[in-house]
Design a protein around this ligand. Structure first.
Ligand code: GDP
Ligand code: IMO
Ligand code: MG
Length: 423
């Protein structure tokens, strides 16, 4: 069997957690391939609202294995907190939550380095979640990192101490940055102890075996294509490859074994943190969108910036990921508007631009909008897309034509059940 991929096409928070949870019954294994606790994936069902950061979003389905791949970076403190939060739900995870030995560990000093780096950048800061993501991936590519497999090494403490010494040296160069490491280390080693209760695997071999034995695997992306380290709005991005190719490097899936690529997008657009966002709204429409969509970060609680859907940006994301099918999320949020807008092209320096430009940071981009009629009806109780207002169905059709990829799922609320098939 090939490995299917589900990933975000915008700036993250598209609703990946919800759809992975909805699709999990079709799969044997759900595997995260990149990112770390900067992610916040929300699942809602049977009156429960649950946010996952490192644990894959298939964890609530008892038959399914959840794998944290080698491309992920893990903070043992947050990981332990996530496991503790599962306790009230009677989720048996010990036999079916696996961690790659090659996943890298986020040290307390990585978080300090993140904070120091953001402080030094001042008004140019990335708006990082401050979870230590950037510094951990820097140590990975710099060939200094500590990996999950190292936990089992008799030299683990020594390796930890050596890396911390390196970090302390770097931190000493940040003027005015003070910290207290002692209080952070106790919980970190507690987290390591908890992690040791789980099975560490060679995820690439595990996945290979799964493919050969006909198991169905879904790779769960974190963040979104516009936050990809190579193709996102650099430097206002995260530090991993969030795109389909990240599945190959972050799990060990051969490119020839990638199956469906499910791209997920909001019926509008949001971004949290700094960086360019061509269709961002600074008016009442943006405010209303944020309020109606409860647009606050699932990890940091920060308000998300809101704007209309950007088809130039989405076409680029579809291209880079080789998306084969789409899920449209949060259509219900747009029910408040008389008129919906979709950006079909940009004007840059007086010229029409239909492609996603290299430099979004320093160029003045004016989005050109097409206007579509709103539906002004509650969608959250719909049980079938057929019963939706015609203007809503027309919006879905319009996007399908513009994006040239079928929209297979239309989500009209945060709950598992508020998910409609589009045939
Ligand atoms: P993720 O990071 O891509 O998993 O997305 P988040 O969980 O960070 O953010 C998506 C938010 O939208 C969460 O609060 C979800 O519960 C919520 N959500 C998901 N789908 C829908 C939908 O169709 N309608 C509405 N109103 N909320 C949704
Ligand atoms: P999920 O998986 C939205 C953003 C941060 C910041 C930038 C870099 O829930 O969609 P980092 O902590 O990686 O150094 O932050 O990326 N960011 C996200 N925005 N959703 C996420 O994850 C994000 N993870 C990181 O806000 O702008
Ligand atoms: Mg999120």
């Amino acid at each position: 069997m090939n490995v299917d991929v589900l990933l975000g096409l915008q700036w993250g928070d598209e609703g990946k957690g919800k759809i992975v949870d909805v699709l999990t019954p079709k799969y044997d294994i759900i595997a995260r391939f990149q990112g770390g606790p900067n992610a916040g994936h929300t699942l809602e069902f049977e009156g429960i609202k649950h946010v996952l950061h490192t644990i894959p979003s298939g964890i609530f389905h008892p038959e399914v294995v959840n794998l944290v791949g080698n491309g992920v970076v893990i903070d043992p403190v947050i990981f332990k907190q996530e496991l503790d939060k599962l306790a009230p739900y009677d989720v048996e995870y010990k036999s079916r939550l696996l961690i790659s030995k090659k996943a890298h560990l986020i040290l307390p000093t990585h978080k300090l380095l993140d904070a120091a780096s953001e402080m030094a950048k001042g008004k140019n800061k990335i708006g990082s979640t401050l979870k230590g993501i950037g510094p951990t991936y820097m140590d990975k590519t710099g060939r200094n990192g500590l990996r999950v497999g190292d936990i089992l090494s008799p030299n683990f403490q020594k390796k930890y101490d050596a890396l911390v010494a390196k970090h302390k040296n770097i931190l000493s160069h940040y003027d005015g940055f003070t910290y207290s490491l002692d209080e952070l280390e106790g919980p970190w080693f507690e987290g390591i102890k908890t992690m040791k209760e789980l099975e560490f695997v060679d995820s690439e071999i595990y996945i290979d075996e799964a493919i050969k034995t006909g198991k169905k695997v879904l790779a769960e992306g974190a963040q979104g294509t516009m936050l990809d380290i190579d193709f996102g709005t650099y430097p206002f991005v995260t530090s991993s490859n969030t795109i389909t190719a990240g599945t190959c490097t972050g799990l060990g899936v051969p490119p020839t074994k990638v199956g469906k690529v499910i791209g997920i997008f909001k019926a509008y657009c949001t971004r949290v943190g700094s960086g360019p966002f061509p269709t961002e709204l600074f008016d009442k429409d943006g405010e209303d969108m944020g309020r109606e969509g409860h647009e606050f970060g699932a990890t940091t609680g920060r308000p998300r910036r809101c704007g209309w859907i950007d088809l130039v940006q989405l076409r680029y994301s579809i291209m880079i990921n080789g998306v084969t099918e789409l899920c449209m999320m949060k259509g219900d949020v747009l029910s408040i508007f008389d008129e919906i807008k979709a950006c079909t092209k940009y004007i840059i320096d007086g010229k029409e631009v239909n492609h996603f430009p290299f430099d979004l940071n320093d160029s003045e981009i004016t989005p050109v909008y097409e206007k579509l009629p709103g539906w002004k009806k509650d969608l959250t109780q719909l049980e079938s897309l057929e019963d939706a207002p015609d203007t809503f169905k027309a919006y879905v059709d319009y996007l399908e034509k513009q994006l040239n990829v079928p929209i297979r799922v239309v989500s009209v609320g945060p709950d598992r059940k508020q998910t409609l098939a589009n045939s």
